[in-house]
Design a protein. Structure first.
Length: 94
């Protein structure tokens, strides 16, 4: 039952834009994770790994949005997913 609750929590977190930095603010070095829900699912483990290396992890994730500059993500009926386009531009500008 606990695993199912964790999965629901992860799905809800990965379906909204994430732009946050995890880890000790005193650490100067920073790694960046940019991607879709698959990247979002990896964030907790990568944050722990970064912390063990005295780094912070900057997470820029949004479900269904591939981290491919210049490639438009399509919604149903071939329409461009503007939310992904805007999110990827933000990620690249950060």
């Amino acid at each position: 039952m606990e695993a199912a609750a964790d999965r629901v929590s992860l799905l809800s977190r990965c379906s909204v834009p994430n732009d946050n930095t995890r880890g000790n603010p005193a650490f100067v070095a920073e790694a960046v994770l940019w991607g879709d829900s698959h990247a979002c699912a990896l964030a907790p483990g990568l944050a722990a790994f970064a912390e063990s290396r005295r780094m912070r992890l900057r997470e820029l994730t949004l479900g269904a949005c591939l981290p491919l500059p210049g490639v438009e993500t399509l919604k149903s009926f071939g329409r461009i997913h503007q939310r992904c386009t805007q999110f990827n531009r933000h990620a690249l500008a950060t």
